[in-house]
Design a protein around this ligand. Structure first.
Ligand SMILES: *Cc1c(COP(=O)(O)O)cnc(C)c1O
Length: 496
């Protein structure tokens, strides 16, 4: 069955193929591409449970990206999920303290963005070939810390592409910044901005919607695309690991085929948890989707009240990749809650961009029953790290800790004993300082790399190659601009 894509803000009849949706990133009307229908996962669980990650990826992705041939898709998958990952399992499931941690940080930048960004460049260049695109593709990305590096690692030296990354100069961890500014590759550029992530993301969105700029780029042989999680080419690969984790739990005898599980996701832009929601819609037996926020708890308030209100102070936390006040992917859920009424969806999004808030109807609120939302304060996040370490000898990063802490709140509130998978989104080494200081106060005053060594000695987990590499790497990018100067920075980089 063919699956097409339409905009959350556009006419239903105006559809594009999967490859076009991946190339465009965002629809011209500012909406996000969504599938016209969610395909069913029609592969028996006993077959899925015997599959490798790559085979599972093919089963899931082929049902969404229906204009890719089998050969094209298998080629993209093989190029993405290879020895860049430090384990053949790609996304191993570890049991600790009675919960299952789905480790999504075994790729080249040791955070979960690698899961999708290692395949996106291949999907995109394949899509360009299929659609006879002659322009060079310019990937424009705003990052809260992890996307930028993972996107650059994916796109570096991929022919026919350039990548420009904007990050909040004072809003990412030292290791995250070092990872980005040492990025190699002739086609990569990294620019710090004197604003926060939302400033960067809003400016990037404006550039995408700027028709004059698009024409100027086209005259010069360029066109924009997006590697942000609004791209459907990011979302679809993320559905895979939920299916894979479920099948592996069945295979290990931890759950029975058909038995429901809960999934807890540390959430920022709402991409990862939306992928889990799509997995549920495909038929994966999922009971609750537990949405975990840090102190930037816009989503928690939204689930509680039905009002999404971004007019609040932006808080810098120990889980910076979740420091977000505008969760872009929520628009895809809102669209479904309106009964796929793109006019109603566009109306709500307009009120968000113009007035800073919107409220959904009582009818729409009913659709939120799949979800449970809560948040962890900074103190509760530290406690979750420490409790997991002292309780089960397992080290988790602050993002994963937000999820673990929220899951405990859910458990206390509901006493729902359904088995739970917690998406473990970053290696603790990426946030060594927050992690080790939550475990012990003996490490004050050490720099980030010394802290990584200390964490390795303490936990017995080998230091990932990604940390070793950047320890001595030279800084190759040092531009910093104000948010309003981002378009000028893009023109300068492209030489137009
Ligand atoms: C991006 C990121 C998140 C948030 O994921 P969303 O898809 O934006 O909700 C959580 N944890 C880490 C480590 C991340 O990099």
């Amino acid at each position: 069955m063919q699956v097409l894509y339409k905009s959350t803000r556009g006419k239903k009849e105006e559809t594009v193929t999967a490859s076009m949706a991946i190339l465009k990133g965002l629809s011209e009307d500012g909406g996000l591409f969504v599938p016209t229908s969610i395909p069913k996962l029609d592969v028996p669980m006993d077959r899925l449970s015997e599959m490798t990650y790559q085979e599972t990826a093919y089963e899931v992705m082929s049902r969404f990206l229906t204009d890719f041939t089998e050969e094209e898709l298998k080629d993209c998958i093989a190029r993405a999920y290879d020895s860049k990952f430090d384990t053949e399992e790609i996304a191993p499931v570890k049991k600790a303290g009675g919960v299952y941690f789905l480790e999504l940080f075994h790729g080249s930048t040791i955070a979960f963005k690698d899961m999708a960004l290692s395949i996106l460049p291949h999907l995109m260049t394949t899509a360009a070939r299929k659609n006879h695109v002659k322009n060079e593709i310019v990937i424009l990305t705003a990052t809260s810390g992890d996307t930028g590096k993972a996107a650059m690692a994916g796109f570096a030296d991929v022919p026919g592409t350039r990548i420009i990354v904007f990050y909040p100069k004072n809003g990412v961890s030292a290791i995250q910044e070092k990872q980005m500014v040492t990025q190699k590759g002739k086609n990569t550029s990294v620019v710090g901005i004197t604003g926060n992530f939302d400033d960067a993301q809003s400016a990037v969105k404006r550039m995408f919607n700027d028709q004059e700029l698009a024409a100027e780029l086209d005259r010069n042989g360029f066109q924009f695309s997006s590697a942000n999680s609004i791209n459907i080419g990011r979302l679809v690969p993320q559905i895979v690991y939920y299916v894979y984790a479920y099948a592996k739990l069945v295979k290990a005898g931890e759950i029975n085929a058909g038995e429901k599980i809960n999934i807890t996701v540390p959430t920022g832009n709402f991409g990862n948890i939306l992928a889990a929601y799509y997995a549920k819609q495909m038929g994966l037996p999922i009971h609750k989707l537990i949405c975990a926020s840090n102190e930037n708890k816009v989503l928690y308030d939204f689930f509680r009240t039905g009002t999404y209100d971004r007019k609040r102070e932006f808080i810098l936390t120990a889980s910076p990749s979740m420091d977000i006040l505008i969760s872009s992917n929520l628009e895809r859920l809102i669209y479904r809650l309106t009964g796929e009424d793109s006019q109603a969806c566009a109306e709500l999004m307009r009120s968000l961009s113009e007035g800073g808030e919107y409220t959904i109807t009582e009818e729409m609120k009913k659709g939120l029953e799949d979800f449970y939302g809560n948040y962890c304060s900074e103190g509760e996040t530290r406690e979750a790290i420490s409790a997991t370490w002292y309780g089960s000898d397992y080290v988790i990063d602050p993002h994963t800790a937000v999820a673990a802490g929220v899951y405990q709140k859910y458990l206390r509130e509901t006493e729902d004993a359904t088995p739970v998978v917690i998406a473990s989104t970053a290696s603790p080494y990426k946030f060594a300082k927050s992690v080790i200081t939550a475990i012990s106060d003996r490490y004050e005053g050490l720099d980030d790399f010394a802290l990584c060594d200390a964490l390795s000695a303490l936990s017995g987990v080998r230091l990932p190659a990604a940390v070793e590499e950047i320890r001595t790497a030279p800084v190759l990018h040092d531009t910093v601009v104000a948010p309003e100067d981002m378009p000028a920075a893009v023109r300068k980089i492209l030489g137009i």
